[in-house]
Design a protein around this ligand. Sequence first.
Ligand code: FES
Length: 158
Amino acid sequence: MLVFEKTSLAKEIEQLIEKYGNSRSSLLSILQEIQANHRYISDYAQQEIARHLCIQPVEVYSVISFYAFLNSEPKGRNIVRICKTISCDMKNKMSIVKAVERELGIKIGETTSDNKFTIEYTNCLGLCDEGPAMAINERVFTRLTPQTAVENLHKVVG
Ligand code: FES
């Protein structure tokens, strides 16, 4: 099974190299596609991409670490990101964190056992005057209360 997964991932990466080219500037596009298709970029994928682009795997990893939307570990199908930066912090972000943790039965940094949700902190979402703010996947929600934060989880995901 693992061999099959590796072979199919290797083929997928080869196709992405054909699509985007094998220069270093293709790295982000390739990583975005692997992320979209698999929800994370495994060690094996990182090594294969590095090999094709003739760069070190650590360079691939550093790009993944830099961008919040790229993951090197498997995560839930829906990522809840709660802003931890100062404006939201001062607008009682902890009440939002506690409500979301209680609703999902997990702590920040964890994934639900059905892989439906992961909760994380994020840096400023750019809507500081409308905090506290959180994003669920690509949608951002502002002026949250504990109640609206929990409602939004169900609204977005169903
Ligand atoms: S500090 Fe939270 S959105 Fe800017």
